[in-house]
Structure formats: structure tokens, C-alpha cells
Write a protein that binds this ligand. Structure first.
Ligand code: NAP
Length: 336
């Protein structure tokens, strides 16, 4: 039995869902893969709980759910006030898990790699702005740097492009990568105004309290940039052309509907170009997804047209991507 030590940053929706799966499936992972996963630290913005013997995950979940802050944890545990960079340096771990929304996290991803630690992340900006640097840093040290959950949550498009399709030349990817905009556009098709549809999405917890990243297309743009890096060559989000759904009118939606079409926020990724914009698509297109589903059509020289679709958001669904990467990183490190 091999042991792998994790340091988790971020204990919001995805962080807690990941901890929950680690807890529920620990026995299965031991039996199936011979891996015992030990979490020695968890950080949120209030502080870092760190115990080299391993943190009691049920208690951590209870504290966060009841008090909102890890710093409120008092009995038995020390809460440290460390920056992520300090924590990454000081805490002895094999893999650093970033499930935060820290836009500057690329700096401490790099620190982690320089300290000889693997990284697993669901956080998009580090990849959308620093892909080349981070991948090079990981390759130089032969360390896992894994980010399945950054695009299409657990639906494994990153693994497909990074692993299975390496022999194919990708010609183009067209994809619907943001669930909030799909929800709003679908509600508008049913007769609701943009504002009311957005309000409903927020009420249902589909859109964040600050939905600007979704509706302006930035979130889809980050994901499309990551797909470009994987399928073609590293670029940054600054090179992407992005238009969100804020200017889509009820009239446009109606006219599309009358033509038997539907409007979705579509990303188009080709060699050297990333565009994200609302587009009319046929109702029978694989991109005419509903609810929190995402879809991508990948066109390659050898395989032709490949369609991948599945959950593009959600907690269990995102944890699926994070956990898959944690196991991949663990097995890689244990083989050494
Ligand atoms: N939710 C999804 O369906 C989904 C899908 C794919 C990818 N993602 C990505 O996954 C990440 C997490 O999403 P989420 O929905 O879990 O967000 P969330 O609920 O807002 O949680 C973010 C967590 O990160 C913590 N945090 C922020 N900056 C930090 C820092 N510098 N050091 C330590 N902790 C820090 C926050 O601390 P506090 O608790 O103290 O605020 C919070 O616990 C995001 O990058 C998101 O884009 C989410």
C-alpha cells in the first residue's frame, strides 16, 4: 500500500465535494489502486489547518459548513496564518490541490512544482494565462500538473486531448463550455427576459452571485484558451476574442426559434485562433445542449469528427475530474 499526502487549498463547493468523495471512497481507492490518501492540510481565506498525522475530514466538513471559516476550528487543531506560497513551501505534501478561485494561484503552482510537488487544479486562470510556463516547470521536474476539471468539469476532454488523441492532428474544436449561459438562453427561449433568466439562475445557484465571468464569456474564453493550448500550442487568454450573451435580445432568440434553431454561447478553437460568441445552431446539433451539460465537437485528421458531451458543472461532477487527477498523480508518484 502506498501513501500519498495532499495539501488542499480551497474549501468551498468543489473543495468540500472533493473531500467528501475522498472520505466516502477511501476504501475503494485502497482496494482498487493500493493508494492510501492522507490530507494533512486544508486552507481557505481564513487560514490553514495543518496536522501532519492527517486531518479528520468529517470534522473539517462540519466546521466549514457550520461556521463558514476554517479559522473557527479550535479543539486539537492549530490554525496557521500562512500565504498559499508559504503553506506550499512549509507543508510536507506530495500533491498540492488548488480548488480555489485565486486568480494569482499560478505563482504558488510554480512554487509547488519548484518544491518538487505535483499539482492538481480546477482553477482556470493559472492555465489560461501561464500554461506554457507551468507545463514546462512540471516537465522539467517530471511532476504531474493536472487540470481535468478546468474544462467541462469531470467530462474528460482534457484527458482526451492530452492523452488519447496525441497522434491525431486537431483541425478544429467547436464547443459549448458554460452552463450558466446555456440556462439563461434556454429560459429566454421560453419567453423570459435576460434579466429575469439571470435572476432565476442565481436563485437556483446555477449562476454565481457575481455572474459577470459567465455572461461576458470570460469563463468560456478561459476554457477555450486551455483547449487551444492542449490541441494546438500554448497561447494566453489575451489572444482570445470573446463576446458574451449580454447583448442577445429576445427578438434574436425568437427569430432563431422560428428557423428551427437555437442560440448558444459557442467557442471555436482553431490553430492560432480562439473565439467565443453567441451563435445560432441547428436544434439537432450536438452543441444544442440543455441544463448543465457541455459539449464539444473535435475534428481531427485521423478520427474525423468526435463528439464528447456531459456535465460541465456541478459539485460531484467537478469532484470527478479532481479526484481522477488526484489518483493519476498518486499512481505516477508511487511508481518512482
Ligand atoms: N463549481 C463548479 O461547478 C466548478 C466547475 C469547474 C471548475 N470550477 C472551479 O473550481 C474552483 C472552485 O470552485 P467553487 O465553486 O468551489 O468556488 P467557491 O465555492 O467560491 O470556493 C472557493 C474556495 O477557495 C478559497 N480561496 C480563495 N482564495 C484562496 C486562497 N488564496 N487561499 C486559500 N483558499 C482560497 C475560498 O475561501 P473562503 O471559503 O474563505 O472564501 C473558498 O473556500 C474555481 O476556480 C472554479 O472556477 C468550479
Amino acid at each position: 500500500m502506498g501513501e500519498v499526502i495532499l495539501s488542499i487549498f480551497g474549501f468551498g463547493n468543489v473543495g468540500r465535494a472533493t473531500a467528501q468523495v475522498l472520505l466516502e471512497k477511501a476504501g475503494i481507492f485502497r482496494e482498487k489502486y493500493g493508494v492510501n490518501i492522507k490530507v494533512v492540510s486544508i486552507s481557505d481565506t481564513s487560514g490553514t489547518v495543518w496536522l501532519p498525522e492527517g486531518i479528520d475530514l468529517p470534522e473539517a466538513l462540519l466546521v466549514k459548513e457550520n461556521f463558514g471559516k476554517l479559522s473557527k476550528w479550535t479543539n486539537d487543531y492549530e490554525v496557521y496564518n500562512l500565504s498559499p506560497r508559504e503553506a506550499v513551501r512549509e507543508i510536507d505534501a506530495d500533491v498540492v490541490i488548488d480548488v480555489t478561485n485565486d486568480k494569482n494561484a499560478w505563482e504558488w503552482h510554480r512554487t509547488a512544482l519548484r518544491e518538487g510537488k505535483g499539482v492538481v487544479t480546477s482553477n482556470k486562470p493559472p492555465l489560461a494565462f501561464h500554461y506554457e510556463e507551468l507545463i514546462k516547470e512540471a516537465e522539467k521536474r517530471d511532476l504531474p500538473y493536472l487540470f481535468e476539471a478546468t474544462v467541462m468539469a469531470g467530462t474528460p476532454i482534457v484527458g482526451l486531448l492530452r492523452g488519447n488523441l496525441r497522434g491525431d492532428t486537431i483541425e478544429r474544436i467547436e464547443a459549448v463550455l458554460n452552463a450558466t449561459t446555456t440556462f439563461i438562453l434556454t429560459e429566454m427561449e421560453r419567453g423570459m427576459s435576460f434579466e429575469r433568466a439571470l435572476e432565476r439562475a442565481q436563485k437556483l445557484g446555477i449562476a454565481e452571485r457575481d455572474p459577470s465571468g459567465d455572461i461576458t464569456g470570460v469563463d468560456a474564453g478561459y476554457k477555450a484558451t486551455i483547449l487551444h493550448c492542449l490541441a494546438f500550442r500554448p497561447i494566453t487568454f489575451n489572444e482570445a476574442k470573446v463576446r458574451g450573451i449580454t447583448e442577445v435580445t429576445e427578438g434574436e432568440i425568437e427569430r432563431a426559434k422560428a428557423r428551427g434553431k437555437t442560440v448558444r454561447l459557442v467557442a471555436r478553437v482553431e490553430g492560432g485562433s480562439v473565439t467565443v460568441e453567441p451563435k445560432e445552431i441547428p436544434r439537432d446539433s450536438p452543441l444544442a445542449v440543455e441544463s448543465h451539460e457541455n459539449a464539444a465537437i473535435i475534428k481531427t485528421d485521423l478520427l474525423g469528427k468526435l463528439v464528447i458531451s456531459g456535465a460541465g458543472a456541478g459539485l460531484k461532477e467537478t469532484a470527478s475530474g479532481v479526484i481522477g487527477d488526484i489518483l493519476k498523480a498518486s499512481l505516477t508518484l508511487l511508481k518512482r
